[in-house]
Ligand binder design. Structure first.
Ligand code: FAD
Ligand code: NDP
Length: 448
């Protein structure tokens, strides 16, 4: 006979764990299916190992700055294997904490793939049948692969974390978050990096700041090839060459990283058995409440057509569990004003509308404030390194609809301002706020 639960969650990544744990806290009997490592993409092959690498890159940069400040020691290279072990120990700790949290919450974890057999039934890969009145799909996504010659000679982001050494010459194909982040951090750690971009980088971010980021990346030594049309990859001894229709052969490189987007994990779910609608690209269709078209089946996170960000998956999952099991029928995630950071070198952070979006929607009601300066940290050493900020305001009372920061600590600066925007921030509120001095973030309250 099938085991029965109040909730079955498919996927133990950011969204699935958040949903399951919150539902259990509300007293629901929960089954969680996760065949891989708990924590999903973010913990194992995403945000966490990436940010650790980014920090390593920052330390390398700061060692160079320290020399300019007058410190005597020369920067050494990173002991990659030592660092990899530290990072893995940290990740293992997160997974262990999740496993004990699941146990303490009374959540039954099945280390298996699940598929739908009906609107209230999931079958695990070993054939166990589970039933529940609510099913939440949180199966995330995976790197997109292309059916072109030699694709497999390159790496996808999952593979980078398993490398036993840093490639000396690396090409990154793509112009999105992953491409720009890995180009920056590999370069900071000492690789020669070439970024192959189809047209523009980071098209969701404010174009003026992206142009400045690109300038700084190039000035710092990253090569950027634009207008690429990659036909495939070719082997050249131990190295790899990019076969480009417009630029000819590029390389050789010791490694090529494909960073060309991700696709949703909806293929193994047998969604048709329950009649769940998917878009052509595999994203599960959900409404503002995370409901699919089938009553009793919801979806959260990267498997849906929402911003592919961990805090989005987590917040959507928690609010959904509050609605389904916490007696809060109005609980749902408001997808407006979601802040986001590209951990580039330097980082680029945004919340709200870009200037172009604001002008497209609101024409001449838009007013933009700008600041550009070299932070004291760099200026003391005689280095030019622009931080750029932009505040996009709307209407007579200058409601702030977008804030953009490019520069050191951008990732830490913007969270509090995102809260203020959620509360209806006006430019006059910024003007009325006393600055913290000397800091970079003070410029956000000093723009005229
Ligand atoms: P996932 O975390 O992918 O979890 C889905 C889980 O479902 C997986 O563990 C998978 O094994 C499991 N699964 C799949 N199919 C089944 C099945 N049939 N049955 C049961 N289980 C199944 N976001 C940020 O906010 N900040 C960052 O800095 C950041 N950096 C990133 C860096 C990289 C390199 C990558 C790839 C992503 C990054 N992201 C970042 C995005 C972030 O990782 C994702 O948005 C987030 O992990 C999505 O969570 P999720 O729960 O939807 O899916
Ligand atoms: P993105 O969607 O951000 O970017 C994909 C990039 O690949 C685009 O520049 C696109 O170019 C390019 N591309 C697509 N196909 C090709 C091709 N055939 N040849 C060359 N370039 C191509 O995807 P990512 O893989 O970088 O990241 C996936 C998601 O993960 C992100 O959207 C983000 O939500 C999340 N993430 C978040 C991070 C963070 O919060 N810091 C960090 C890493 C990932 P074009 O614009 O021309 O289509």
């Amino acid at each position: 006979m099938a085991e029965s639960f109040d909730l079955i969650v498919l996927g133990g990544g950011s969204g699935g764990l958040a949903t399951a744990i919150r539902a259990a806290r509300h007293g629901a009997r929960v089954a969680l299916l996760e065949p891989g490592a708990l924590g999903g993409t973010c913990v194992n092959v995403g945000c966490v190992p990436k940010k650790a690498l980014w920090f390593a890159g920052q330390l390398a940069q700061e060692q160079r700055l320290a020399l300019d400040y007058g410190f005597a020691s020369s920067p050494g290279s990173l002991d990659w294997e030592h660092f990899r072990q530290l990072r893995q120990r940290y990740i293992d700790g997160i997974r262990e904490r999740y496993a004990s949290h699941l146990a303490q919450s009374g959540i039954q974890w099945f280390a298996e793939v699940g598929r739908l057999a009906a609107a209230d039934t999931v079958v695990t890969s070993s054939g166990t049948e589970l039933k529940a009145t609510q099913i939440v799909i949180a199966t995330g996504g995976r790197p997109r692969r292309l059916d072109i010659p030699g694709f497999e000679l390159g790496l996808v982001s999952d593979d980078i974390f398993a490398l036993r050494s840093l490639p000396k010459r690396i090409a990154v194909i793509g112009g999105g978050y992953i491409a720009v982040e890995f180009a920056g951090l590999c370069h900071a750690l000492g690789s020669e990096v070439t970024l192959h971009v189809r047209d523009r980088m980071l098209t969701d971010f404010d174009a003026e700041l992206v142009d400045e980021l690109e300038r700084q990346m190039v000035d710092g030594g990253i090569r950027i090839t634009r207008q690429v049309q990659v036909k495939g990859l070719l082997r050249d001894g131990d190295a790899v060459v990019i076969d480009d229709a417009l630029n000819g052969p590029c390389g050789p490189y010791d490694a090529v990283l494909w960073a060309i987007g991700r696709i949703p994990n909806s293929h193994r779910l047998d969604l048709g058995a329950a009649g769940v609608n998917v878009e052509e690209n595999g994203h599960i269709v959900t409404d503002a409440w995370q409901n699919t078209n089938v009553p009793g089946i919801c979806a959260v996170g990267d498997v849906t057509e929402r911003p592919e960000l961990t805090p989005v998956a987590v917040a959507a999952g928690r609010r959904l569990a509050d609605r389904l099991f916490g007696g809060r029928p109005d609980s749902r995630l408001d997808y407006e004003h979601i802040p986001s950071v590209v951990f580039a070198e330097p980082p680029l952070a945004m919340v709200g509308l870009t200037e172009a979006q604001a002008r497209e929607f609101h024409g001449d009601q838009v007013r933009v404030y700008r600041a550009g300066f070299t932070p004291l940290q760099w200026a003391v050493a005689g280095r030019q390194r622009q931080t750029m900020m932009k505040i996009v305001c709307l209407g007579k009372d200058e409601r702030v609809v977008g804030i953009h920061v490019l520069g050191s600590s951008a990732e830490e600066m913007l969270q509090g301002f995102a809260v203020a925007m959620k509360m209806g921030l006006r430019k006059r509120d910024l003007d009325a706020t006393v600055a913290i001095h000397p800091s970079s973030s003070e410029e956000l309250v000093l723009m005229t």
